[in-house]
Design a protein around this ligand. Sequence first.
Ligand code: HEC
Ligand code: HEC
Length: 201
Amino acid sequence: MTFERPFKLVSYLAAVLLAMSSFSASAEGDAARGADLADTCKGCHFIPNYKNSYPVYKVPKIGGQNAEFVVAALKGYASGERSHDTMTAHAATLSDQDMLDVASYLSSLGAPRTEDASGPVSDKIATCSACHGDRGISAMGMYPNLAGQHRSYLVKALHAYRDGSRKNPIMSGFAGALSDEDIEEIALYFSSQKGLFTPAL
Ligand code: HEC
Ligand code: HEC
């Protein structure tokens, strides 16, 4: 009995470590494979200032976006939690591994750097900076970078959270507290920071 227990503990720990290492290996994603998968995204996301079929906002910049957020966004479209016809159709064709690979490719193209920031920090974003950073460069991978994003897309996203057409428990609360003028000012501020970019074709 006394012999068996430590042995069991050791083999249990070994199994856990093995599971963790194989998990982190796949959780990183294969950027080279992601580059091939991203071919289908190029028609929209790799064309500067592209407007898709909706004239009111530009297709979001995804170059330099946090990999964790990109995966979450793709899963959101695939599950119908986020709705957009073409994005849902694209996301639905991707496996979990495909999503990790594409996300890892996109983030490998370059990351926004706080050193590039200039000018004063807007006082409108005091409640946003804990997650999105003073300059729209997020503190954690699960939060999207906002720096350099298209102004019209930021406006659209904030209105969607506020009116409930894009659902997120965290963001509905924060966006709900904003006036139309706040949304305009915040979108102008984050879009004028350096950060996200349209990847070159
Ligand atoms: C036909 C044009 C089109 C194609 C092709 C396309 N997208 Fe999109 N994508 C959009 C639009 C428009 C949005 C914004 C939709 C919305 O309002 O939620 C978007 C949103 C996204 C978002 C969320 C961005 C954010 O900041 O919230 C990600 C991530 C994304 N696309 C990745 C991809 C990937 C990866 C591919 C290829 C597998 C792809 N897209 C193909 C048009 C496209
Ligand atoms: C507690 C953390 C937190 C705070 C504080 C916060 N956000 Fe967010 N924000 C998030 C998360 C998480 C998401 C992604 C939600 C989703 O998947 O739709 C997000 C998404 C967004 C998006 C959509 C970006 C995209 O690429 O689609 C915008 C715009 C945004 N936030 C702006 C703001 C603004 C402006 C404030 C302050 C008024 C704010 N956020 C405060 C966590 C936060």
